[in-house]
Design a protein around this ligand. Structure first.
Ligand SMILES: [Mg+2]
Length: 368
């Protein structure tokens, strides 16, 4: 089989009302998604999405004419591109989609087939008042979720801790609560200093008392020793690694004992094949692998397949914070949004490949 073309569909949907993502200084008025479609001479088409793929056109010739099933070769090629350019991992997702179609299996089976569904956590994205956050937590629990993640703003730590405390009072022990400080994240232009280590330690101690399951990105990603010290000093589980650019960074984090929870997003960080290796290494050390998934439904599915394949953690991230962030907004390019069932489980589609069905009308309507 040969790759005959790689096509990119750039889509933009307006968000009215806007979505005030906690990690973004300005509310989002649009949501962009790029579909990567790999076409083959046998008529199979694989689809991936997640990164914007800006600039990828310059590298298409490195793949066209090659066997789409030679995934390891393509992963190594993508790593050489990442050294210079963007995060083009949605291409790898599209290749696995083809592999699944060729074998007639969901991609999760090709990654080990550990589970056919995983418990999802509602990953929230807005800063809202403690009372509002607690109210929303009860609403998502009633939808079936057994876990949720709350963002705490670096410049509003006390309010964030109060939101966690209010949520704990509201849900008791019926939900796991995760907290994200997003210190591994930088929007372009944000050169403000990271959180002070002493402040982070006192936040972690308070969150430990509130029985928070894990604290995510409390420090900049490069601070391997700092993450390890925080774990040892406070006893809280620490999560990270969602946006690293290299496999070596994750290996260094593992070797340095930085995290209890490894979170590389398979369409943004190091791809699916490398994420599986990290997941296996994490599991061998009694750590968890549960990837970041905050892109769109196709990105959620790619991460779900790897996580369900290796079976690496208690929950999988499900970006969900109604009314601002809903499956309808997130998955506007899909014929069926990726949904969680009444028991809070995210089921692996039983179709061959990734199982994403693109809504071609939406692709035309939202073409950028
Ligand atoms: Mg995060």
């Amino acid at each position: 089989m040969r790759i005959t073309a790689i096509k990119l569909d750039r889509l933009v949907r307006s968000l009215d009302p806007p979505f005030p993502a906690a990690w973004d200084p300005v509310p989002r008025t649009t949501f962009a998604a790029t579909l990567v479609r790999v076409e083959t001479d046998e008529g199979l088409v694989g689809v991936g999405s997640g990164d914007t793929m800006d600039g990828f056109e310059a590298y298409v010739d490195l793949f066209v004419g090659r066997d789409p099933l030679a995934v390891a070769r393509h992963v190594r090629t993508l790593e050489t591109i990442t050294f210079h350019g963007g995060r083009y991992w949605p291409l790898e997702a599209a290749l696995w989609d083809i592999l699944g179609q060729v074998t007639g299996q969901p991609v999760s089976v090709l990654f080990g087939g550990s589970a056919s569904s995983l418990p999802a956590y509602a990953s929230t994205g807005e800063f809202v008042s403690p009372a509002e956050r607690a109210e929303r937590a009860i609403a998502v629990r009633e939808m079936g979720f057994r876990a949720l993640k709350i963002r705490i703003a670096a410049d509003r730590l006390a309010e964030g801790i109060e939101a966690v405390a209010a949520t704990r009072r509201a849900v008791g022990d019926s939900m796991a609560i995760l907290v994200d400080l997003n210190q591994g994240w930088r929007m372009p232009g944000d050169i403000a200093p990271a959180l002070d280590v002493a402040a982070v330690r006192s936040v972690a101690e308070r969150l430990r008392e509130l029985d928070v399951l894990w604290l995510e990105e409390p420090l900049p990603s490069a601070d391997v020793a700092g993450h390890r010290s925080l774990r040892m000093q406070t006893g809280i589980r620490v999560a990270g690694g969602e946006m690293v650019r290299t496999f070596a960074e994750l290996v260094a984090a593992l070797d340095g004992d930085a995290y209890d929870v490894l979170q590389p997003d398979v369409v943004l960080a190091v791809g699916m094949l490398r994420a599986r290796t990290i997941a296996e290494l994490a599991l061998a050390r009694n750590h968890w692998f549960t990837p970041h998934t905050w892109t769109n439904g196709i990105g959620v599915l790619a991460n779900l397949h790897v996580a369900a394949g290796v079976g690496g953690g208690p929950f999988i991230e499900y970006p969900f914070d109604p009314p601002g962030w809903t499956p309808d907004r997130r998955d506007f390019m899909l014929a069926e949004p990726v949904c969680v069932d009444a028991d809070g489980m995210l089921r692996v589609p039983d179709r061959p490949g990734l199982g994403a069905i693109v809504d071609e009308q939406a692709v035309r309507r939202y073409a950028a």
